[in-house]
Design a protein around this ligand. Structure first.
Ligand SMILES: [Zn+2]
Ligand SMILES: [Zn+2]
Length: 366
């Protein structure tokens, strides 16, 4: 099948819209006609070279769609199913999967989750094998993945909304629910109010946290954070957020979440927690970056610093739960999805992300 796709290709900067050939599904693969693909900061890292995939690469990983065809051994999906993709594909057999930590699957990039080198590639561009970014490659009119990359969702949830559940929303919500296990009355700080941070704020509100403190550089992002559950907002361009958080929480928050991926703000969230509290680092930082921590204060104040990948998700459990919360009116995803754009404008969508745009943009395929 020939489809249009947003590509990274050798020798050009930025995103190229071009043609990609998608192979037929192998026995455990599912071909999905893409409905929408959210633009995520990790895609931007791919574009800017800090998470450089092998080229050519079909960008995008926060995707939803309708099953077009399934491989001969697939029993859990059928053509017509509405599905969401997640990069946390799992083999079910490695040590991480055996510990029920499927989001850490150690064979994510090995067969059968990817194709063996002896098989034809899933995607080709100009005769070359093309990499599906982070194993999905959802910024295309169709994508082909292993069945363990997908979850079926209710047809009651609009597919453009559902796309956001595959990465940004799952990461923010999962950190609060699966990892921090926030209890009623605990204090939560979220630094960075993009799609991930706003989802963490909504999960903290659902968990009964108080106060819920949102930190960002942009007043419009903080206004949205307030509408979605933040009880206090701090604009870090005019106030010192570490000082303010410590003042608002009598010495530090129970939980502080960094949802940007910058070493400087990662150091800040560690200084925002109370003795015995935990800082969660969930934004993806550039690969060569490092952060500085006070070795003394880490021990003296019994500080926890926890990296959390993809919200420590079991996406086949978590995404349907998120859909139920959305359909019950308890999780606002409509205001998270602020821009619906065609594939040709994806490049402009990434430019807007660089300048601190509000909420999430998604490329919508007709
Ligand atoms: Zn595994
Ligand atoms: Zn993502």
């Amino acid at each position: 099948m020939e489809v249009r796709a947003g590509l990274l290709v050798e020798g050009t900067d930025g995103l190229t819209v071009g043609s990609v050939t998608v192979d037929d599904p192998a026995p455990h693969e599912v071909l999905v006609r893409t409905a929408a693909c959210g633009l995520c900061r990790s895609d931007l890292h791919g574009l800017e070279g800090t998470l450089r995939p092998p080229l050519p690469s079909v960008l995008g990983h926060e995707a939803s769609g309708i099953v077009e065809a399934v491989g001969s051994a697939v029993s859990g999906f059928a053509p017509g199913d509405h599905v969401v993709a997640c990069i946390s594909r799992f083999c079910g057999a490695c040590p991480a999967c055996a510990r029920h930590e499927t989001w850490l699957c150690q064979r994510r990039d090995q067969p059968p989750l990817s194709r063996p080198e002896s098989s034809p590639p899933r995607l080709t561009h100009d005769g070359l094998p093309a990499d599906p970014f982070l194993g999905v490659g959802g910024l295309a009119e169709a994508f082909l993945v292993h069945e363990h990359s997908l979850v079926r969702v209710s047809k009651d949830v609009p597919l453009d909304i559902a796309a956001l559940l595959g990465c940004g929303v799952l990461t923010g919500y999962g950190t609060v629910v699966n990892r921090a296990r926030v209890r009623p009355g605990e204090s939560v700080v979220v630094v960075g109010c993009g799609g991930v941070g706003l989802s963490a704020i909504q999960a903290a509100a659902l968990a009964g946290a108080s106060p819920i403190i949102a930190v960002d550089l942009h007043d419009h992002a903080l206004a949205l954070a307030s509408e979605l559950g933040a009880t206090v907002t701090i604009n870090a361009s005019s106030d010192n957020p570490v000082k303010m958080v410590r003042g608002l929480t009598a010495g530090g928050a129970d939980h502080a979440i960094e949802a940007i991926g910058l070493p400087g703000t990662m150091e800040d969230v560690v200084d925002m927690i109370r003795p015995g509290g935990t800082a969660y680092l969930i934004g993806i930082a550039p690969i060569p970056s490092t952060m500085e921590l006070s070795a003394f204060r880490l021990v003296w104040f019994n500080r926890g610093v926890q990296g959390v990948l993809m919200g420590a998700n079991h996406f086949r459990r978590d995404i349907p739960e998120l859909v139920d919360l959305y359909l019950a009116g308890r999780l606002d995803l409509d205001r998270l999805l602020t821009d619906r754009i065609p594939l040709d404008q994806a490049s402009a969508g990434f430019d807007a992300m660089r300048s601190g745009s509000l909420g999430r943009s998604a490329v919508v395929f007709s």
